[in-house]
Design a protein around this ligand. Structure first.
Ligand code: MN
Ligand code: MN
Length: 458
């Protein structure tokens, strides 16, 4: 072996190594990464909406012996309106606060309007209102499923999930043909497909009755009435979401990545959930899955709600804010990975790369660190030392160039409790697109990292 030079040795000692986590895999660990990804894909397929995610999490938690509070006061869960779930594992004492990992369960999609159904040009369609930050042109010319609930006049809640099974029909938004899109092509991308053009095709067959004006619309309503017992007015008391049909799949010849809808933030959710269920700690541990992050964490099921205080009240008779202020929080959410095709939006020295492990983000926000919850050096150090100790690869880049744009997480809404909170999660490509890309190794080490946080954070 060739002898290392003085400066080679020095460089090894004092410069930071940035390399693919795949190169750091220990023996037998590659198998674990790939088998973890199998159950991860299964979780994604079962959890396209927050309602479904809560249900999936509840079932998994129950299989680990968790019961709904107060049936158990040691290993229990609390569900808020079906869209927000907390799991609690009671430890020896709460003197030093509790360790909490939080992720969001909602993902960008198209929601049906209160009066969605209409007929135009011999086609029946649904009007939609997009949910979260989408690029509207992504949602045309693809297969869509409908997921959600309808509360009928008689008060019965109907669960709708149509489009995922091969036996089901699917839905679509037809784009303009290139032969006639001269004007559309000249528009800025943001306007090429407008919100009011996100109309979903749902039928073409009329009822045969000259006395009816909108024959195709009536036929669709007739089918829905026969299948679900609903009437047109029941759309007002419904939450129906159009989501991509496609299932989570392996991506690449090497099958190293996963392509799927909803990896923001169900990658962190699955990682945090498994970490929570497997972690063994003296401290009390909480996993929290929240809703509405994509629209600003609003509403009773979002992070701005006081549900977290109700969860804490199951542990202490004191003001829950006191315990929260002593607690340590991981805001588990995805970050952006460098897309080699669009590299120029990143400061590549301070960017995140697919396959280099989960991202530790001291702050998010916009230019000038506006709207960021700055974790600070001390808490960042605490997390990174735990990762170092467990040989968990990590990286720490910013979302993009300073004045290029930005984004936030739930971190700042937890920070109001005067607790330490930092962002942690896998980098993804194509964030908020109907199909997002994550590297299997990043999701795996997010899980390992959160588990180490649960077990070791003082
Ligand atoms: Mn997110
Ligand atoms: Mn998001």
């Amino acid at each position: 072996m060739e002898k290392k030079t003085k400066y080679q040795k020095l460089a090894e000692k004092i410069l930071m190594k940035k390399e693919s986590a795949w190169l750091m895999l220990r023996k037998n660990e590659e198998k674990k990464v790939f088998s973890f990804a199998e159950s991860y894909k299964d979780f994604l397929n079962k959890s396209k909406t927050e309602l479904e995610a809560v249900e999936t999490i509840r079932k998994i938690a129950e299989s680990y012996g968790f019961k709904e509070y107060p049936k158990s006061k040691v290993k229990y869960y609390l569900i808020n309106r079906g869209k927000n779930i907390a799991l609690v594992k009671k430890g020896e004492s709460i003197e030093k606060g509790v360790n909490i990992a939080i992720s969001h369960l909602d993902s960008p999609r198209l929601d049906l309007k209160p009066h969605p159904l209409y007929e135009d040009s011999d086609i029946a369609l649904f009007k939609t209102h997009y949910y979260g930050g989408i690029k509207k042109y992504h949602w045309v010319s693809s297969q869509l499923a409908l997921h959600g609930i309808v509360i009928r006049k008689d008060g019965k809640k109907i669960h709708v999930k149509i489009g995922d099974s091969k036996k089901d029909p699917v839905f679509t938004i037809a784009d303009l043909l290139p032969h006639l899109d001269k004007k559309q092509e000249e528009k800025p991308m943001k306007e090429a497909i407008e919100a009011e053009q996100l109309n979903i095709i749902v039928g073409n067959m009329p009822v045969n009755d000259k006395k009816i004006d909108e024959k195709i619309k009536l036929n669709i309503m007739k089918i829905l009435n026969e299948k679900y017992g609903i009437t047109e007015e029941d759309f007002v008391t419904a939450e129906l979401h159009a989501v991509p049909v496609a299932e989570a799949r392996d991506l690449g010849f090497d099958k190293s990545m996963v392509i799927s809808y909803g990896q923001d933030d169900k990658s962190s959710t699955y990682a945090a959930l498994l970490a929570f269920l497997e972690a063994k700690a003296k401290k009390t541990l909480i996993f929290l899955g929240v809703d509405k992050e994509e629209i600003g964490s609003e509403g009773p099921t979002g992070m701005k709600s006081s549900f977290i205080e109700e969860v804490i009240r199951t542990l202490t008779k004191q003001d829950p804010r006191l315990l929260l202020s002593r607690s340590k929080v991981l805001s588990c959410d995805v970050d952006a990975a460098v897309n080699p095709t669009f590299k120029d939006v990143h400061d590549t020295l301070n960017a995140n790369y697919l396959g280099r492990g989960p991202v530790v983000a001291m702050y998010t926000g916009y230019g000038g660190k506006y709207s960021a919850s700055d974790a600070g050096a001390e808490y960042t150090y605490k997390l990174i030392s735990i990762l170092r100790k467990h040989k968990i690869p990590w990286q720490s880049g910013e979302l993009g160039k300073v004045d290029e744009g930005g984004g936030g997480t739930i971190a700042k809404y937890v920070a109001k409790y005067n607790c330490d909170v930092i962002d942690f999660g896998p980098p993804v490509l194509g964030m908020h697109g109907p199909m997002e890309v994550a590297s299997k190794i990043d999701v795996y080490y997010t899980y390992k990292g959160i588990k180490a946080f649960y077990e070791e954070m003082e």
